[in-house]
Design a protein around this ligand. Structure first.
Ligand code: MN
Length: 284
């Protein structure tokens, strides 16, 4: 797709703030999606931002816990997080790295800070899997910072492409049914970017530094606010003030029934009961 073929600009249909929350063994975070004001955005089930330089807010980490039926995407901006699972797999997530985990039929893992001071910052996104893939074998796609390509869209407008295609630059994530787009966009003062998006995908923006003006209506979106976008084939973003850095995430809606219980996300209550039984019996 080139700029000249773009027709329908997306605009903000809803915006709001994340909610302070605590998860794992007491990690303080902001729940952006998966909270009363924005319970979900098919296919997205949850987005957490963690950002603190107080070790008391993050040291407890996320000890052993299960997942079944969806994908978790961890994007680190600062700090170090050690991952270990029940198959013996282990890895260290450092600043700028991405772990795209397809939990499928189930894993049990821990996610623990590997630092005793300093800033810990990043995101975890949960993306639903279609019914046909919920019981697939678990799979990891892990990307070191230098393996995530960057597209330059205009003067002062750079995009780290984790998933999706922007200006001929393709992200390393192999897409599943939801054909995810996961972009980290940096805009310097005054910069403007036109980002193409698949027309029917659900999409949201989350500035993690500074603020931006969104779409033709130039709705202002400041750090810490999430904006759900209307359908359309592109969105226009303009930096406000000193510039901005934001996530732009999109995915194809699954339009399937969702049955959720903590870290299990299935289609029916019976499948949820089975998930709990399988976990308790050590079948993950
Ligand atoms: Mn987890």
């Amino acid at each position: 797709m080139t700029e000249t073929t773009l027709k329908t600009g997306r605009r903000v249909v809803w915006s709001g703030e994340g909610m302070p929350a605590s998860d794992g063994a007491g990690v303080k975070l902001t729940r952006v999606i998966g909270q009363p004001k924005l319970p979900d955005l098919d296919p997205f089930l949850m987005l957490d931002e963690f950002r603190s330089d107080d070790p008391k807010a993050y040291m407890a980490g996320f000890p052993d816990h299960p997942h079944r039926g969806f994908e978790t995407v961890t994007y680190m901006l600062a700090g170090r997080l050690r991952h270990r699972d029940n198959t013996g797999r282990e890895g260290l997530l450092t600043a700028g790295s991405v772990q795209w985990m397809t939990a499928g039929r189930g894993i049990v893992h821990s996610e623990m800070p590997e630092q005793e001071r300093g800033l810990m910052q990043g995101f975890q996104l949960w993306i639903n899997l279609p019914a046909k893939d919920k019981m697939t074998a678990p799979r990891y796609q892990e990307f070191a910072p230098e393996t995530i390509p960057e597209a330059t869209l205009a003067e002062g407008a750079k995009v780290k492409v984790v998933a999706g295609l922007v200006s001929g630059v393709k992200g390393p994530v192999e897409p599943g049914e939801t054909e995810p787009v996961f972009l980290d966009i940096s805009l310097s003062a005054g910069a403007e970017a036109i980002i193409p998006l698949p027309e029917g995908h659900s999409a949201f923006l989350y500035p993690h530094e500074g603020s931006v003006l969104v779409g033709e209506g130039e709705e202002r979106l400041a750090r810490g606010r999430v904006a759900v976008l209307s359908p359309g084939d592109h969105v226009t973003l303009t930096a406000e003030g000193a510039g901005a850095r934001l996530l732009l995430i999109a995915g194809k809606p699954l339009k399937e029934p969702v049955a959720k219980y903590g870290p299990f996300v299935m289609n029916t209550e019976a499948e949820l009961r089975q998930a709990v039984q399988d976990f308790q019996a050590g079948r993950f």
